[in-house]
Design a protein around this ligand. Structure first.
Ligand code: GLA
Length: 390
């Protein structure tokens, strides 16, 4: 009933065949990077707070070969990408953003690559991360591409700097002022673990997720509201204004007590946004502790609090996500459920007992007014160089 995730080897082979068909020769290099699901810590990364995502078995794969000269040709096999699906550009004259939009992520990464100049190349992209589904298909593309470039022309191998370069590419070329969570976990994700990332110090602690009696279920609402693009930068600005009003560098430095004391000086919306962020940072640290000690009910309770706060205080949920969460919580064996990612559509993440998976999926299907897709996922590795199997 849940969708199967395509094997990486199958994706590599599909991209290799396309490369041969398109360019009449074999690709020599390949790399991949995963999508992510965030267990808790939403809209806290750009506030210097904690997040706790894990890398997914869904990945973006890039295969290719270096060229002489400065010309680049890239083909995407992603059917949800905007047209045209083949782009040609010159690295010295043509690295500006434009159409198609998917190529902007690649151009941004090339622009911020940490061992310039990048030589010309040809590449094919294929991905099993649903595009625009809130599972970070863009960060997986950026990081996969960066990892591909590392094989053509190695940088110093600093992984945090790699994540930051990819984030900068998204800011400058895709125009999305995202935080660091998605790129960080796409680079540093660890099999069988979630990562508790401190977005202020840029340090991450692995949190084991090995218990086979526990399942992480992703439910894609298959809706994306148009608000998702415009509201994200607004939220970021509101948080920055809240921090300034509280006399802090970021909301990470603020306490609830300080927020309450400043309540009269803040407008209602700013107060609500700041309240979500300060409480969510605390919840994330608590959830990491609870997960480590196997206190799944506690983790689930924190997840539900997170969802309610994103709905009521941060106002980034939508009726479809609320429906999915409510339906999941009606099933015995479900510890917790919440929206995950930026909001206004995309996915929910549900923590539940393995033996409750089937009935949970059936129940959500019955209750949901839309058409949901389900993925049972396990924490996977971050970006990797790949080889072609003979
Ligand atoms: C998007 C951004 C992330 C993060 C989440 C919300 O996924 O890319 O940096 O801010 O939204 O937690």
């Amino acid at each position: 009933m849940a969708s199967a995730v395509r094997a990486v080897s199958e994706l590599v082979e599909e991209a290799r065949l396309k490369f041969v068909q398109e360019f009449g020769e074999e690709p020599q290099l390949a790399a991949c990077a995963p999508g992510r699901v965030n267990l808790i810590g939403e809209h806290t990364d750009y506030n210097d707070g904690f997040v706790m995502p894990m890398a997914l078995p869904m990945v973006t794969v890039v295969v290719g070969k270096q060229n002489s000269g400065h010309d680049v040709c890239i083909v995407t096999l992603n059917e949800d990408a905007d047209q045209p699906r083949r782009v040609d550009f010159n690295l010295q004259t043509d690295l500006v953003s434009g159409k198609p939009r998917w190529a902007n992520y690649v151009k941004g990464v090339i622009h911020h690559y940490r061992a310039p100049p990048v030589p010309g190349f040809r590449a094919v992209i294929v991905s099993s991360v649903p595009l625009g589904g809130g599972l970070s298909s863009s960060a997986s593309l950026e990081v996969a591409f960066y990892s591909f470039l590392q094989q053509i022309k190695p940088d110093d191998g600093n992984e945090v700097a790699k994540a930051i370069a990819c984030q900068q590419g998204e800011h400058s070329h895709a125009g999305v002022p995202c935080g660091i969570m998605d790129q960080f976990v796409a680079v540093l994700g660890k099999k069988d673990h979630a990562l508790l990332i401190d977005c202020r110090s840029m340090e991450a602690k692995p949190v084991p997720l090995l218990d086979t009696s526990l399942v992480i279920l992703i439910t894609n609402s298959n809706v994306k509201h148009s608000l998702s693009g415009s509201e994200y930068p607004t939220r970021r600005r509101q948080c920055e204004q809240a921090a300034v009003s509280l006399g802090k560098v970021s909301l990470r430095e603020a306490t609830l007590k300080e927020l309450e004391e400043a309540k009269d000086r803040l407008d209602e919306v700013t107060y609500k946004r700041a309240c979500h962020v300060i409480e969510e940072i605390q919840r994330t640290e608590q959830a990491a502790e609870a997960l480590k000690s196997g206190a799944y009910k506690e983790v689930g309770k924190l997840m539900v609090e997170s969802h309610n706060s994103l709905r009521d205080l941060y106002e980034v949920s939508c009726p479809e996500l609320d429906e999915l969460v409510a339906a999941a919580l009606e099933v015995e064996g479900v510890f917790g459920s919440r929206m995950t990612g930026g909001g206004f559509g995309g996915c929910t993440v549900t923590l539940l007992q393995a033996n409750a998976v089937d009935k949970t999926i059936s129940h959500i299907k019955e209750q949901y007014s839309g058409n949901a897709t389900f993925y049972i996922t396990t924490p996977s590795e971050g970006a990797q160089a790949l080889s072609f199997s003979s």
